[in-house]
Design a binder for this molecule. Structure first.
Ligand code: MV4
Length: 499
């Protein structure tokens, strides 16, 4: 047991703030780091002390492992929390931190290393009988035997880079004639992107759901699961909406997935908070894909339904305490949704939109949580992820949580930059979202920018058309030709004119 007295958060923005808030409540002093672009950021002001790392680009600031360790020593820090992104899943960094006599708030370097390789991860869990997608559990290099394997698995297949993650380095192969070309391309891409050309084959699940399990382990080998998060609503591998619990997971499936996730964690002697990622097919069969060895962006939905503070749990585990609760003590309370508010323009192919937050007013009220790292008047820097906030709601049922989220979106006032708020509203109001019957293809299937215009249902259109006819009949004589000739055009023009 080593009580942490001073914590450095090797991150920025909302997650840095979120971690420091918990630290402060635990009586732990906080040290922020920042780049020149973040000098005036809330995370810098909130910390007890703050140190500038260097110029704005991440590789000259937030990714400077040695500098961060050096700063930690100078400041008398006894623990480093890496947040997510940046150095959070860098095994070499975790090792250097530990070797410097500083606590790394996260799993061991060995766990990070194993789970950082999808092939090593598959091999680590092989003996536990965890369901996995049919495919190879070793790197493919010989073309004829790889082709043979692909044939056995059955097309379409997916070629994945062992070192890849979050959709990077994946190639779909529809038929055998494309196989060789795609395999060679996948290998060379993996080599140049990750410095590791190992690729493997999986059966391609066409329209899966993405459901992940939050786990928490201590340094004594105990691991519990904190249920699932449904993360299927994504756009180009960037998650848009997350929720807990999932609308399709039954208590029986939850237990099976949870127990599988605990075994995955135990297979790599995991401690700390981690996430085990599964894909789920149309029969609701689930398959282990990979494990993320960090606190995730979407962790708040789990906190809302379990009442646990995951950062506090991470810190206790890092201090060497045993888990403060057992599996039986956990239960799901209500429903939680999270939307990610990005500074992106959904009408313009989600291009990042930089600029000043001219107006920035957060929604308020019971069951609403906003995790952000900006204030009104600030510029959104171009150097980092364009996520400006996470809006999280909690209510007693899924339906109520959706209503609360729509209200909160309407109360969120952001001007000066385009955001994805309206896009999220579109998703939340869509019947496929409301029914729970959606998969990772939702955005591709249902979204186009014109969907952000006002949508009328048939009944409203009939009423409005009737009203228009009545007004037209009354004013027939006074309406000029030029005016009535404007009353042609496409449906969207018509609808917008009728407001
Ligand atoms: C798959 C798959 C279909 N079949 N694996 C994308 C991110 C990475 N973690 C795994 N991913 C996928 N793996 C097989 N065998 C489809 C995806 C996938 C996906 C998964 C989760 C969430 C969103 C996704 C979007 C496209 C593809």
């Amino acid at each position: 047991m080593h009580k942490i007295k001073k914590l450095l958060v090797a991150n920025r923005g909302e997650i840095s703030l979120r971690i420091m808030r918990t630290a402060k409540e635990m009586g732990i002093k906080t040290v922020a780091v920042y780049s020149e672009a973040d000098r005036n950021s809330p995370h810098v002001k909130f910390a007890d002390e703050a140190v500038c790392l260097g110029p704005p680009p991440s590789n000259q600031s937030y990714l400077l492992a040695d500098k961060i360790i050096e700063v930690s020593k100078e400041m008398g820090v006894d623990a480093i929390h890496p947040g997510y992104g940046f150095l959070s899943e860098n095994a070499a960094f975790a090792k250097k931190v530990t070797d410097a006599g500083i606590i790394f708030v996260g799993p061991s370097p060995e766990s990070i290393e194993v789970m950082g390789s999808k092939l090593a991860a598959k091999n680590a869990v092989l003996k536990y009988g965890i369901p996995m997608v049919p495919g190879t559990d070793h790197a493919i290099s010989d073309i004829p035997s790889a082709k043979q394997k692909a044939k056995e698995v059955g097309y379409p297949i997916l070629i994945k880079a062992s070192a890849g993650g979050g959709g990077k380095g994946m190639r779909i192969v529809e038929e055998e004639s494309e196989f060789e070309e795609q395999m060679l391309r996948a290998i060379s891409e993996a080599q140049s992107a990750f410095g590791d050309g190992a690729v493997f084959i999986e059966k391609y699940i066409t329209s899966p759901r993405h459901i992940e399990i939050q786990v928490l382990g201590d340094q004594f080998g105990d691991v519990v699961y904190l249920f699932e998060r449904e993360c299927s609503i994504q756009r180009r591998h960037q998650k848009v909406i997350e929720e807990a619990p999932s609308a399709v997971v039954s208590p029986k499936m939850r237990k099976a997935m949870g127990e599988a996730a605990v075994m995955v964690a135990k297979a790599c002697d995991y401690y700390g908070a981690g996430t085990v990622e599964f894909i789920v097919d149309e029969n609701l069969d689930f398959y282990f894909l990979e494990m993320n060895t960090r606190l995730q962006v979407e962790h708040p939905v789990t906190e809302m339904i379990t009442g646990k503070d995951l950062v506090q749990e991470q810190i206790w585990v890092a201090e060497g305490k045993p888990l403060s609760f057992k599996q039986e003590d956990l239960k799901i309370n209500g429903h939680s949704l999270e939307i990610r508010v990005y500074a992106e323009d959904p009408r313009n192919n989600f291009l990042p939109d930089i600029g000043k937050l001219q107006t920035y007013i957060r929604p308020q009220g019971p069951g609403i949580r906003v995790d952000d790292g900006f204030e009104q008047g600030m510029d959104i820097p171009i150097y980092y992820d364009p996520m400006i906030a996470k809006l999280i709601v909690h209510d007693e049922s899924r339906e109520k949580a959706i209503q609360r989220m729509i209200r909160a979106i309407d109360d969120y006032q952001i001007t000066g930059i385009e955001t994805t708020l309206g896009f999220c509203r579109f998703v939340l109001e869509h019947h496929a979202f409301k029914s729970g019957g959606f998969d990772t293809k939702f955005v591709e299937k249902y979204f186009s920018p014109d969907k952000l215009d006002i949508q009328w249902d048939d009944e409203e259109l009939v009423l409005l058309a009737g009203l228009a006819i009545e007004i037209f009949e009354k004013n027939k004589s006074s309406l000029k030709d030029s005016r009535s000739s404007q009353l042609t055009g496409n449906k969207t023009n018509w609808k917008n004119r009728l407001i």
